[in-house]
Design a protein around this ligand. Structure first.
Ligand code: PLP
Length: 416
């Protein structure tokens, strides 16, 4: 569900025509709908209504500080994976008491920063990390709240690059190892065990893997109980998928009900870390057609946004729907590769895609680009990173200005 729709043949974000944003801010530009973001947060929250819960938005999905400010206002917590993300959350006015910190390679400085700001808990991903957190907490005269990231070894049936919960992955520890780690924490006076965490992967489009993981976590939590390990939180991670093309992922309501049903009697607060499902369909990348080019039998539509702006198609072969900003009803379709200006053959938005015949100068909305879009973008080919715009009803605000050529060299020149 999102608020990008055609009105009288023109594509709008909420009540703002995208053509107006393109004209005033330029292209390429990420455009986000505040109403969509808020709706997704509320729907998730409602889905978990029957159990005590905390929604910790996964900052990595879209980290713009102005968007984080909205999440703070809507009462969410935050799932972070770096000191930089913690800094953003705090700068946005977020409270560290609602922050949880994951990641397999937290540095000592990041751990100290998180302890100093008193985050809710660390999701610990190895025994070496547990010891590191303990020693830093002890040296600082603090107590670190922790949960252990336990892998139920469930196949999330998603793209291998975004699968995380199996034995072969670098994330978390196996259930037997997790059980041993919980026992070991008894000797660690500067660590307080508060929870257990699990994150299977991202863009999961069926309930099966979630159900399997919930069943094993339940069993695991009961075993911990018999070991006298008392928990307050079950953090079930993120991962719920969205519809990029024909996928039909479970709704947040179905997902939430399943999680609540499976965990209700455990007496724990349920923490969830959704990212994609909140931000994905709330944003698009607006691009302009530069040129058309035919090469043998192949037709290319060259647009002004490249893989540095949106790397998902190059990285995962992912599908983004392409909507012309001026509705092309009845217009002839042609099969093209939609490509950007970057000097890599991996620089494509879509391959062999049937699209309405667009002319240079026309605008194209690359849909479902709100999560892992801008946050994965780079300056490759010395392309300034694009602007970001947040639409609220009839108005919009530039929430990140387009970078300039000066921005490209600023940090390099200041070293001398
Ligand atoms: C630990 C953790 N939590 C939450 C998320 C968010 O996942 P998603 O955006 O699929 O909800 C991720 C994504 O990689 C993650 O690694």
């Amino acid at each position: 569900m999102h608020y990008f729709q055609y009105q009288a043949g023109e594509l709008y974000c909420e009540e703002v025509p995208l053509a107006r944003i393109a004209q005033e801010v330029g292209t390429p530009v990420y455009v986000y709908s505040e109403r969509t973001l808020e709706r997704h947060v509320r729907v998730f929250d409602e889905a978990l209504q029957s159990v005590p819960h905390l929604i910790c938005y996964a900052v990595k999905a879209n980290s713009n500080i102005n968007i984080l400010r909205r999440f703070v206002a809507w009462g969410t917590g935050f799932d972070i994976v770096s000191g930089g993300e913690l800094f953003r959350v705090l700068r946005a006015g977020g409270s560290a008491e609602k922050v949880i910190f994951a990641g397999v390679g937290k540095t000592s400085d990041e751990i100290r920063y998180a302890l100093d700001t008193n985050i809710l808990f660390f999701n610990v991903e190895s025994s070496a990390e547990l010891e590191l957190i303990h020693s830093i907490a002890r040296d600082g005269g603090k107590k670190a709240r922790i949960s252990i990231r336990a892998n139920p070894d469930v196949d999330p049936r998603t793209h291998p690059y975004i699968s995380t919960g199996m034995q072969k992955h670098k994330f978390g520890v196996s259930l037997p190892e997790a059980r041993a780690l919980y026992r070991n924490t008894r000797g660690l006076s500067n660590v307080e065990v508060v929870g257990v965490q699990c994150h299977l992967g991202s863009q999961i489009t069926e309930m099966g893997p979630f159900e399997e993981a919930l069943a094993s976590l339940r069993q695991f939590i009961l075993e911990l109980k018999s070991d006298d390990v008392a928990l307050k939180y079950l953090d079930f991670g993120g991962g719920l998928g969205i519809s990029y093309s024909t996928e039909e992922p479970p709704s947040p309501a179905v997902y939430g009900e399943t999680v609540a049903r499976a965990t209700k009697d455990l007496g724990l607060t349920i923490v969830l870390e959704p990212g994609r499902v909140i931000a994905g369909n709330a944003g698009i990348l607006l691009a302009r057609v530069l040129l058309k080019k035919n090469q043998g039998t192949k037709k290319f539509l060259i647009v002004d946004s490249g893989m540095n702006d949106l790397i998902r198609p190059a990285l995962y072969g992912s599908h983004h729907q392409l909507w012309p900003v001026r509705e092309q009803a009845g217009k002839q379709l042609e099969t093209v590769d939609v490509v950007g200006p970057v000097c890599e053959s991996a620089d494509f938005i879509a391959k062999d895609r049937e699209v309405a015949l667009l002319e240079p100068g026309e605008l194209l909305a690359i849909m479902s680009a709100g999560a892992y879009g801008f946050s994965l973008s780079s300056n490759y080919n010395s392309r300034p990173r694009v602007a970001e715009v947040l639409v609220t009803g009839k108005t919009y605000q530039v929430i990140r200005r387009r970078e300039t050529y000066e921005d490209l060299v600023r940090l390099e020149e200041s070293q001398n």
